[in-house]
Write a protein that binds this ligand. Sequence first.
Ligand code: ATP
Length: 222
Amino acid sequence: MKVGLFGGTFNPIHLGHLRSAEEVCAAFTLDRIYFIPSASPPHKRTMDIAPAHHRYNMVERAVAANPAFFASRIELDRTGPSFSIDTIRAFRARGTLTSLAFLIGMDAFREIETWKDYLEIPSLCDLIVTSRPGVPTPSLDQLLPVALRSAFWYDPTQQRYQHESGHTLTLYTLNGLHISASGIRDNLRAGRPTPCQLPPAVADYIAAHALYRIQKASSLEG
Ligand code: ATP
């Protein structure tokens, strides 16, 4: 089975996330994509983040329409900060995979140097780095931290980067939707409608639970 992991804060999950996962799923012929909300995102400020169980519930509702998409509780069921390397190791340990790919937006990938055990990540899975619409594709030298550069080389026949472990890194430009979770939160707070940004089930969930109404000091718990 070819599996993709799509981690994020998903605060809230929106149509841009779903659309990008659908494009990647088709382009890389993945059998499944697991959407993995971060319980305690180590790199996001803690203000303004809806409680993890609400973000998970929204992901679960959003992915329900696509049989290749699954919501994963793996980072909610772990204690401590949600490190991607721990999630990747856990999926590797399942042993039923023929390939494992980690999907990540270019903006998030640019910070990989700050991630726990980041040098090990390309040894454990393929990387699919998606660029949002309108963002110019950087060269690998601009994208990769120095400590990772020497472990990769470009394979022009496959148009992707090869890691010394045998795994690959592909820069994939999305057609995408120009939507951001922070923009959605601004719209919700201002009472502006969001019909073309959120799956209806997620918009209903947000309204029912009065999420993103006011700025909370810290709302990771609960
Ligand atoms: P915020 O706007 O609050 O920063 P975000 O959507 O960028 O939220 P995450 O929920 O953590 O933050 O995003 C999960 C992943 O989805 C990241 O890798 C991010 O780069 C990517 N992503 C976010 N929005 C889009 C979009 N519109 N199209 C494609 N990928 C996206």
